[in-house]
Design a protein around this ligand. Structure first.
Ligand code: GAP
Length: 460
């Protein structure tokens, strides 16, 4: 069913139901920037909380961190971003538009251009007549050049070269530069991980596909430090853990696959990288999360550039070494798009059509809605009291307007897994009806049991 979902449908749905809006829309919008509305912000928070719960709170061997976005510029020299965090840019002289040269070549010829040099791409674009400006069909291109994706800004009032700083393009480096701090202030022992969530920024040449690729986005990354020699085993372990995280939250495993990066295309720091990909109906298999074996590259680079010793002393073996790092790196914006697409259904039920988001209760923006069958007292008083008792742990919605069927439909669309209705019988039997979003079955239970029942259904 989700395979029939188009991007236009999802974008329109997200706006209509208050999940995601175009940023600065009243000014005509700004490309590649999106704002999360009342339901979207709840859903994204749930994704981040589930990641944190799974990777930090449920484990004894992972601690959290929240590092600054603006870091010392030497960090990016050490990590290699200043020199190599580039995409190949080509400008069309006919339309003035700029494109990613590898994408232009790949789309016109089917050839794999990733990793080619600027000179090679310039030659192919000049010689292959199939490569045209997608806007006007022109064939007059400037030479391909590398374009650094980091956003530059200045600290303080003087815009001089020595004051240049960058908005971080990944959260990972904040973890590496705090490796020593965390080791010295927490009783951690290798193997252990440091997890972080937060905004990252990349001046993407061609952002697109809604919240799939934007210039400002969030990341959820964990660097797991291990003894060299045990890295391959830990890599497999984290691949499995991360796969299970998605399926345990309801993603259809048929829409997931592993993609092994070919050796010759690995990032400069990686020994092996495997992506978990999702089969988006509008763009096919695409990276949801990358799980890399970063070796000891980053710690060694930071040790060299900072002059600090970033070795680990293993008391058990009385030896020193620089740990290897396994890095599961994900993004909640992209994951949210996958969850939305996977859960979106248009169904015919008893001759009526309904749109329903079959989100896992842990991910659903609103966990339950409380409806009084009538707006009048005393039904409304009982319903209001139930709402007051339930609220606080998660988002509960109170709705007393319109026919009950319409109220159910609104919550189906919002992905709310449970609706609790207080009716006239509730006054006598002190019971209410809980309706399940997916089966639409209704069950009558005592008012006093609702809180525990919901808790069980949501965390189950
Ligand atoms: N530290 C490694 C790293 O940053 P990455 O594959 O470039 O690896 C990790 O990014 C994750 O961050 C991606 O799988 C994706 O979910 C998210 N991400 C990266 N660039 C993004 C963008 N422009 N917009 C939205 N999400 C992005």
């Amino acid at each position: 069913m989700s395979q029939t979902v188009t991007m236009d449908k999802i974008v329109a749905f997200c706006k209509r139901r208050g999940f995601v809006y175009q940023s600065s829309e009243i000014y005509g919008g700004i490309r590649s920037s999106y704002d999360y509305g009342p339901l979207g912000v709840e859903m994204k928070r749930n994704i981040k909380e589930e990641w944190w719960r799974h990777l930090v709170h449920m484990r004894e061997d992972v601690v959290g961190l929240d590092a600054a976005i603006i870091m010392h510029p030497r960090v990016w020299e050490a990590s290699g971003h200043t020199a190599t965090f580039n995409d190949m840019l080509v400008e069309s002289r006919t339309s003035g538009r700029r494109y990613r040269a590898d994408h232009l070549i790949e789309e016109a010829t089917g050839a794999d251009a990733e990793g080619m040099s600027a000179e090679e791409m310039t030659r192919i674009i000049a010689e292959d007549g199939r490569i045209k400006d997608p806007v006007d069909g022109g064939r007059d291109f400037a030479p391909v050049r590398p374009f650094n994706l980091m956003f530059e800004t200045y600290t303080g009032p003087v815009k001089s070269p020595e004051n240049v700083v960058y908005l971080r393009p990944e959260t990972a480096q904040g973890i590496f530069v705090n490796f020593k701090n965390v080791m010295q202030t927490n009783r951690v022992k290798v193997p252990f991980g440091i997890a972080q969530q937060g905004k990252s920024f990349r001046n993407e040449i061609t952002p697109g596909n809604f919240i799939f690729r934007t210039r400002e986005f969030e990341q959820m990354e964990m660097e797991f430090f291990v003894e060299p020699g045990t890295d391959e085993e830990w890599h497999e372990y984290w691949l499995e853990q991360r796969w299970n995280w998605y399926t345990s939250l309801g993603i259809n495993p048929e829409n997931l696959r592993r993609y092994e990066h070919p050796k010759e295309k690995l990032s400069h720091y990686a020994k092996r990288t495997v992506d978990i990909e999702y089969n988006f109906p509008f763009r096919g298999w695409s990276e949801l999360e990358g799980i890399a074996n970063r070796t000891d590259f980053d710690l060694k680079q930071h040790a060299e550039f900072s002059g600090e010793n970033l070795e680990y002393f293993d008391q058990a073996t009385n030896s020193r070494y620089v740990p290897y790092v396994i890095e599961p790196a994900a993004g909640p914006d992209r994951i949210m798009l996958a969850f939305l697409v996977d859960a979106y259904r248009e169904e015919e039920v008893n001759g009526e059509s309904r749109t329903v988001l079959k989100l896992h209760p842990r991910i659903a923006p609103t966990k339950a809605a409380v409806f009084p069958l009538s707006k009048k007292e005393p039904v409304s008083t009982v319903a209001r009291q139930l709402y007051e008792d339930l609220k606080g742990d998660y988002r509960i919605f109170y709705d007393d307007s319109g026919a009950i069927g319409r109220r159910y439909r609104r919550q189906d669309e919002a992905g709310t897994p449970f609706c609790v209705t207080v009716d006239f019988d509730s006054l006598e039997d002190k019971q209410v009806t809980i309706r399940d979003r997916d089966t639409m079955e209704q069950e009558r239970i005592p008012i006093a049991a609702v809180r525990d029942r919901l808790q069980g259904l949501i965390s189950g």
